[in-house]
Design a protein around this ligand. Sequence first.
Ligand SMILES: Nc1nc2c(ncn2[C@@H]2O[C@H](COP(=O)(O)OP(=O)(O)OP(=O)(O)O)[C@@H](O)[C@H]2O)c(=O)[nH]1
Ligand SMILES: [Mg+2]
Length: 1129
Amino acid sequence: MGHTSLEKIIALQKKTTQIRNLCILAHVDHGKTTLADCLVASNGIISSRLAGKLRYLDSREDEQIRGITMKSSAISLHYATGGADYLINLIDSPGHVDFSSEVSTAVRLCDGAIVVVDAVEGVCPQTQVVLRQAWLENIRPVLVINKIDRLIVELKLTSQEAYAHLQKILEQVNAVTGTLFTSKVLEERAEKEAETPSSYAENDSGDQVYDWSAGLEETDDSDLYFSPDRGNVVFASAIDGWGFRIHQFAEMYSQKMGIRFWVLLKTLWGDFYLNAKAKKIMKGAQSKGKKPLFVQLVLDNIWSMYDAVVTRRDKEKVEKMVTSLGVKVLPRDLKHSDPKVLLSAICSQWLPVSQAVLSMVCEKLPSPAEISAERVEKLMSVGARRFDSLPEKTQELKKAFLDCSADETAPVIVFVSKMFAVDSKALPQNKQRPLTQEEIAQRRELARQRHAERQAANQSAESPGSADAGGTSTPAAPATGSVTDALCAQTEALSVRPAVEEDNKEHFVAFARVYSGVVRKGQKVFVLGPKYDPSLALRVLPEGCSVADVLPSVPHMACCTVDSLYLLMGRELEELDEVPSGNVLGIGGMEEFILKSATISTSPACPPFTPINFEATPIVRVAIEPKHPSEMPKLVRGMRLLNQADPCAEVLIQETGEHVLVTAGEVHLQRCLDDLRERFAKIEISASEPIIPFRETVIRPPKVDMVNEELGKQQKVAVIHQVKDEHTKYHEGVQVDSTGLVTLTTSNKMATVRVRAIPLPEEVTRILEDSVGLIRTMEQFSLFAGEGKTLDINQKILEDIQEFKVKLESTLQGHKWRGAVEHIWAFGPRRCGPNILLNSIEGYRRPSLWQCLEQEKEIEKAETTALRDFDNSIVSGFQLATLSGPMCEEPLMGVCFSVETWDMKLSTPQTQQDSIDEESQSAEPNNDNQGECSDVHETNASSTSSNRSRSRAETAGSSVDCYGPFSGQLIAAMKDACRYAFQAKPQRLMAAMYTCEIMATAEVLGRVYAVLSKREGRVLQEEMKEGTDMFIIKAVLPVAESFGFADEIRKRTSGLASPQLVFSHWEVIPSDPFWVPTTEEEYLHFGEKADSTSQALKYMNAVRRRKGLYVEEKIVEHAEKQRTLGKNK
Ligand SMILES: Nc1nc2c(ncn2[C@@H]2O[C@H](COP(=O)(O)OP(=O)(O)OP(=O)(O)O)[C@@H](O)[C@H]2O)c(=O)[nH]1
Ligand SMILES: [Mg+2]
């Protein structure tokens, strides 16, 4: 526990205004954990000598080995300043992209964040991401510019150059904040406009004034930016243990030089210099070529310290400095062979980093009591629901949030952001603790008794008088034996039992924060799942009920008793009896009730908190198997535990029965597998090669062939292995014309569809991908409309749908796409994917997909024709076709299927014919033939009979047919038609692509390029980072080639470059997997066998093989003649 006792921390937990909940955020390796070490050391939990080396909060073995953080962990620290005591609940988070979900869960529980930026690398991709996350959660950030020692020792900058460099970094960080701020102001303005439809405002005189400002002017943004004079920036070197805010120097020099403190504070950072003669501070240091104040008064001191201690090792100077600073240095530090030891001994007393950071945190970050109304509303309103649409009782809870009160009467509201597994040994109740006096006495007594019994037993065995010839034992013997046994068992129980129990249970602790009230051990609470609906519960539950009552069951709500509460202390947990509002805590015994996150409350009116924003998309999948098949149940249990313990990992069982694990990236995968092996399943497992997702698409016919010759002009050659021919062979009943129009008739010959596949422009595919949420809403609306209900959609979403439509219209230009957007029939697969089904059937009208936009207008009554009734079958066929393509059964992407005609001939059995005719009274020309079973009604789409009854179609659908139900046939026919239409076009595979940013020095640049090109990567951009000799390379790389990429780069560049891969987009692989040489040039160039098979073919075959599909391959071509080896050879 360090210097601070548990009692002290418990007392501090009650003072809400003195609490700070914060997390440390940064790009990977910018020094978060090292900084956390310095803060932890200030509480005496670890020795300050080890701070920076121990990385105390990286408690997992793999975190220590790899040197990166993988899990966020929390610790409570005590800080006293100016007579006030503060409790700092600190959460260290990982910086690697693969673990960004851990960052999201940490940010949710905090009110503030320390953003750390490496002084050399500056703002990196993850820095931007974490700034955005902090912004989205409405938490306030402060900045630490870390690793300033690298500017001195590695880059060897002068103090003036370093100043310019630091200024740039600050500008970069503020630029990111500025962008976030502007977009928010614009969004708010848009919202306001939506509420008041016109932006014309009447002023007093009645004139109309148009407000043309973007709203940016009136919104105060000065508090938002990082600026040293505002005290929210610390300059530090965590590894050497120093850090400062300019306040400290302003104070020091104001005494020394007699300048007022605030004048110095305002001028210490900026373009000011000291005019020694006039004893004045003047502006314009840069233009006059003077040393800025910051360089002269601050940086020069540090530079000379490094110069004396590290570079020149000037003993005399060091001693002088030590005495002038008034710090104490141990003789062994002075003599230490590593100058860094001496340096950190001096600096950590002169400018202790923990002091600088903690005082900034207490001063600049809000306490839990200062939670803003805006943040509360955001936390309480799930999804598209507005806060004011919540039930009244729920809205009243907003006050409880704002009060953050720890009163008895305040409702308890707790949010659990993740579950984490702990070793049962780490639980305080199982920890080995020193025995109390009584226990020692008890044990002594037991031992004594046992000894006495044993002696008594020996005596009775030896005593000759009681010897029993019959071999039966004396009545005393069994009795003594049993007493001894019982005693032994008792003593063993004291020592052994906990060890036996701990093996069979993994303990989960909920990582949580109290937003209102006090949670107590043994208290009964409601656990509300993410889908819980308070309005439903308030209707079902009796008025004024409490958790203790017997209540009817409500979906997504459970009642449970709080089992144990913990104070999180990094690697350790301390047991608590109660935790008041405003604190971060661990809750034990919740694993039965909570999967990953939940809201806990004593009030049923409490809404579930908004889901956490996860930045990472899980993309790497592997299939997992136990080494020994009999251990399957253990694996299943282990995977279930893993799923609970990791916010981002997904575990699923595929239709094929495979157990699949989906993770965010390679490093994450590795950690999940280690966890499974060593912790959750405790068995040997084997994981498949990562399953790489692909997409299938069609493209416009290429104009040139594989040797860049224009197609069409060359002589074709006969190729022996003509693969293409096989692909153009179709089933009977299928016709494909030269333009790729496929005509297909159902098996019972009653319906014919003509379908064509058209590649969608790339832009359209992208728009479709980005608008999945909107498409789902539209789909739901249509579904409701079909049932005669209406779905109320929030105004903002309607506007977004309108915008989506306009965007589609503007990208689908040209005569081919005329009116296409209006005629979109469906999206697929799963009704929201990036493929379009287009209704190009002349005369067939169906309700528009965009009907939600036309709410005001009367939704046109769709005509009920036979076609209309089977509309769904066509859509289903399309959905199936887009879900798995013909190349390797992967989903399609960017394909439009245009249905050009759809003819139906409906036969109606005679028995029902009469009633139908009476009802519908449609003028059918061939009514007179009704006696024959082969009676056929022509229901062409262009036929005008508009009032055909529904029952007719149903009859047709259910009529007995040797080919099965008609709707099923139609689905199959449509699916096949789509597949053939797809195959009639040039087919291509699409690969998932990662983007990565690699930072590398000039020497290793060549090797980075070599690795990239070997793995089919492509460099997009290369630029030099200003003020350093680092290059930043932006590249894209197929996911399929990415395994081991980061490791290889690291190895080839001796650890100098380390890339982070983030999923970016899907890209068409240009080579044709079905390609065979067909022209003379190609034949000459690639040879008859076309051995140098394309990348696309390799991928395709790999997927087919994995799925157990037929792979066209010649395994042995020119086999040597078989030779029989002699027996003895
Ligand atoms: N030169 C120098 N190196 C530092 C400093 N602070 C940290 N480091 C080094 O930077 C490396 C990464 O430090 P960590 O503290 O593990 O970084 P992190 O931000 O926690 O990394 P992740 O948790 O993996 O994102 C370690 O090798 C540290 O020794 C510093 O002030 N100066
Ligand atoms: Mg770390």
